[in-house]
Design a protein around this ligand. Sequence first.
Ligand SMILES: [Zn+2]
Length: 703
Amino acid sequence: MNRREFVAVPAAALAGSMFAAAPEIPWQRKIRRVGQLNMTEHDPVALDVEAWAEYWASLKVDAVLVSVTGILAFYQTKVPFHRKGKYLGNRDFFGECCAAAKKRGLHVIARMSPDLNWADAVAAHPEWFQRDAEGRTMALGEDPRLFRTCMFTTYMTDYMPAIMREVNSLYDIDGLFTNAWPPLGHLPVCYCNECRRLPASGSLPYWEKFNERTVYLWKLYDAIAKEKKPANFYFANLGGGIRSSANLVQLGELCEWFQCDNQGRGGEGSPIWGCALQGRVCNAVQKGKMATNVTGAWSTGPIRWRNVDKSIPEARMWMNETVASGMAPYHHIIGGETGMGEDRRSLEPAREFFLWTAKHDPQFTNKRSIASIGVVMGQRTHLFYRPPGDVSMPDSMNGLYYALLEGRFLFDFVHEEKLGAEDLRKYTALVLPNIALLSDGQCEQLRAFVRAGGSLLATFETSLYTERNEPRADFGLADVFGIRRAGAVVGTNGNAYSARLERRHPILDGFTDTNIIAGAEYRVPVQSSSAPVLTVVPGFVAYPPELAYPEPSHTNEPAAVIREAGSSRLVYFPGDVERTMWRAGHTDLSRLLQNSIRWISHGRQPVTVEGDGFVELFAWETEAGFAVHVLNYTNPAAHRGLIRKFYPIGPQKVAFELPTGRRVSRVTLLRAGVDVPFQVAGRTVRLVIPRVTDYEVAALYSA
Ligand SMILES: [Zn+2]
């Protein structure tokens, strides 16, 4: 067939002939539920393998993770230094688990941990291990019999591949997984011989080497997985939300399954939305491929109990968030002895949740997120930028996130490396929450977005640094916002600056009976040619009150800069308003952010949900039609994430703008299990969700 004939053949004919053997959707993209019992050394004598497999089959999981590991072997390994657990005896524990799962039609992922090994390995292979600045090996703080291995050494290219190939040769597995590598949320600090040749750890050049090595090992392990059979694959522990250590765009291209090790709330002050935020990160880089969030049944948080379950409502909300944000739920219990024996409280609730999702798989199989607002996540900013003050950076995103939730906005995360015209086509507005590091190219992409009619909101030091973390003399986006930097960052001594209302504007709606509102903790002094709607009232001491007054009380320094160009609307805040909002909780700042986001998006959203309560919203086009997800965070412990019980909220009015040519035949509330009436006017479907306890999904069935 020449080219002309090829072009003339109808697609349907091609599908039936030469493309008949085209590969179908890879199996791992069809996974809807995953289970894992994290095996302890004791499990070969403590776990009932048949009961274990039966439990996971009863949850309708598509895959289970089974421990190989690398620290302790769960089978009769011949790889040197792969130490057999002391309760293993002559058993082939991994093999028995694998067979029991396979008998029930479950995929088996072989789970390894390349991060630690024992003193005999240190003696024979000192080159495998991390070293501190004095050249000493680094023992694990909690168990000094174990030592940290280094990812830049032959441990990762000799020892781990030997285990992977041995497991491939012995068992009918479907994939390989590494736990505890790559590291989450921080970059390794190591002074071994290999690492001494690298740029200083924590630096941007080091990060590039770290990413190169991560991609190299990922491809190596994936090739080993495929030696078993072509449909097999390798994946690793990811997660870390917006602070992930590895370049997520690079890994998003590579990885078939984004496994988020985000098992529950972390340390003090982890808000309730940690899992939904993680889902948004996955969506920004995964383009619809498989993502799971590992929900630990065990007690996560600043004080941990691996053997005692966390509160059931807390685990439930984490699973709700997993599904609402587009990931597959993953139930994780530790040890047969504890997780299936001593504390059994999570077993039935997880089964109930999983079986509920299984009843509605097409409604949870998403095609695309429906949102017209994008929030730029700056991975380089989060890794390398240091904000003023002794405060960790996530506050900035937490503050903005909180305001977006309070304002009930639908939004996606957009990775800084995905700002091309095609990536941004669906968005009418982008928010840049102090995205300090932006390259000239990224600034140009944002400029093009504005030229094409897109709107921007940016705060504080956005674009004041290059992608190499080098300070710029002026903002990379100075021309876009019509601003010029007029001095160094100003902080707070006692009383933070406030902002004077100069003229009426929609971003100031709702501020009545006052001439001033709260400013921020830090600000970049700027100049602007336009007449400001808000000006800076300088800070002063908070004590003594005799001196607690502004001098001067009126300046021309903008506290907000607003522009319009065609349909493009631009707002720049010189203050770190969203971070201050998170730290101070001041309602002025949340109102200001919400008003501004509403204004730049022209007050239009494809889906709105009105009602009382503090909620997080997602809307999806699904295999079955469309779905609106409402997560009810109305809870006294929302900001600490420790959910003890739920507080139901009343009617939620949904207005859903359908894409052209689509109709809705039925609306079902999946949690309540009832159909509800709906009205259609033009392209807008309206319905009411009468009550939301913890979570509700309004499924719109559409032809
Ligand atoms: Zn090293």
